[in-house]
Design a protein around this ligand. Structure first.
Ligand code: PMP
Length: 332
């Protein structure tokens, strides 16, 4: 019989698939790594498993303990899944701008969700960081993974994502493209691939226009693509890892996200579309020997009301040409 002991054993070992239609005219091979195939639906399962295992080993988390983290995104979902299996309580603190749909996913895994006001300074005790600190200090046995500083994050990618890309391409990968959020993926994966290839593999960071990574002196502003980019440099990001940067604006990222669904059958999130734009820009300069691997962090299911919704796209000034679907009323 072939089965896993728990769902946690199914994290990682995600497949690569070649991009065809969106890469037409490109001579290099462009391969997408499908992180939505992780059990809770994103790349963050890798760090969720690793953050909890590391805390158990060091005694920061023990039976009866509670995981407390200020997140509403994929890290929360991954941690909620791990907490369910390992028998911990989980409390996630999210600002009220986060949609109910995302909070409901966390509750579905049995987690508690505490909602805070969005319009308060990040250092205020009322901010979601402040509230999560208070809950962590009040609850006995609380553990705060802190995904923006915990080195178990980048290490998870050094141990898993990097070797998977190296092995699945038989060491022929020449370029790897990823969008940093905490920077854990690019730091761990990039470091491994640099070492394995003795510096031959080039690591390209895809960054939203308005974020700090590609250009520290750029005019920082908000953007709609989720999960990537920052307005400060977190400890989980090693600036010596990327060999180059490509800046991608929301419009280009979202257009590619929609094309990936209708042309490649890949229903993925906006940060995946962004990374693919950067990967194709990189690949266009390369010849047929090049193998460009692009990491697609999550599924498009969480963005049906946004990127895949024509009204939302129009309201935010994005074009919706790259989509064939849509509801049509049945003829009476
Ligand atoms: N895309 C999405 C959708 C994410 O949730 C994240 C995690 N913040 C990333 C990309 C970036 O990954 P990392 O935090 O490892 O840099």
């Amino acid at each position: 019989m072939k089965y896993a002991d728990t769902v946690l054993d199914l994290v990682g070992s995600t497949p690569l698939v070649k991009l065809n239609s969106v890469a037409s005219g490109v001579r290099a091979t462009v391969l997408a790594k499908l992180e939505y195939m992780n059990p809770s639906g994103s790349i963050k399962d890798r760090i969720a498993v690793s953050l909890v295992a590391d805390a158990e080993r060091s005694g920061k988390l023990a039976p009866g303990g509670t995981i407390v983290e200020p997140t509403s995104g994929n890290t929360g979902v991954g941690l909620a899944m791990v907490a369910a299996i390992r028998g911990y309580d989980a409390v996630f603190v999210t600002p009220d701008k986060v949609g109910k749909g995302k909070r409901d996913v966390l509750s579905a895994y049995g987690a508690e969700v505490v909602v805070t006001k969005t319009n308060v300074a990040p250092d205020s005790p009322e901010s979601y960081y402040g509230v999560s600190d208070r809950i962590a200090s009040e609850r006995a046995g609380a553990f705060k993974p802190d995904q923006f500083s915990n080195q178990a994050g980048p290490e998870a990618h050094y141990r898993t994502t990097g070797p998977e890309i190296w092995n699945d391409t038989d060491g022929r990968v020449t370029h790897v493209v990823m969008g940093p959020g905490t920077g854990g993926t690019i730091t761990g994966t990039g470091r491994y691939l640099h070492e394995a290839s003795e510096g031959r593999v080039k690591v390209v960071a895809a960054d939203p226009a308005g974020s700090i990574y590609a250009d520290h002196s750029a005019d920082l502003h908000s953007y709609y693509v989720e999960g990537v980019g920052e307005d400060m440099i977190p400890d989980t990001y090693d600036p010596s890892v990327p060999d180059g940067f490509v800046t991608v604006d929301d419009a280009a990222a979202f257009e590619m996200t929609r094309r990936l669904a209708v042309e490649e059958g890949l229903l993925v999130g906006g940060s995946s579309g962004m990374a693919v734009v950067a990967a194709l820009e990189t690949a266009r300069e390369l010849d047929e020997d090049a193998v460009v691997v692009v990491v697609l962090p999550d599924s498009g299911r969480g963005y049906i009301d946004k990127i895949f919704n024509d009204e939302w796209m129009a309201e935010h000034g994005f074009t919706t040409a790259a989509r064939r679907g849509g509801d049509v009323l049945a003829a009476p």
